[in-house]
Design a protein around this ligand. Sequence first.
Ligand code: SF4
Length: 165
Amino acid sequence: MRITGTIINYYFHCKRQCYLFANRINLEDNSEDVRIGKVLHEIRAKDKDEAEIKYENVVLDKVTAKYIEEYKKSDADPEASKMQLLFYLKQLKDKGIEKQGKLIYEEKNRKDGRKVEIIKLDDVNIKKLNNCIENIEVLINGDKIPEVEKDNKCKKCAYYDYCYL
Ligand code: SF4
């Protein structure tokens, strides 16, 4: 199984979700939350005449001269978003392209507008990312599906029916 940014994101959100997604049990099309994310994506692409950029196992929201920009509809899971972006930065660095990351949270209800965080692929972050990838590989290649987490986040998860019904 090839690691992707989405798998990394899910690892921080929920180990069970990470395992299920990585092992191709994909229920995302049923999720209202995922659909909202996709619509946000499409609207932004239309407004700015930009589309996401895909290559190999990487999907980038937007690339500028200095940054890879990753758009999120909430800052509820900052570590997941950060590690996902670090993964993309590392993939590009391995191809000889060095950039910084820009995490942009576009939460509708934010009074202070957008929140932006700059992410750098320094030695500390590379080490963190490598550790994380090793842990994910152990998890998703294992025989045991992690237990249901029974948390509030489950209500918005694409796997809710799978886990609870
Ligand atoms: S419903 Fe909850 S336990 Fe199941 S995959 Fe989603 S977040 Fe994890």
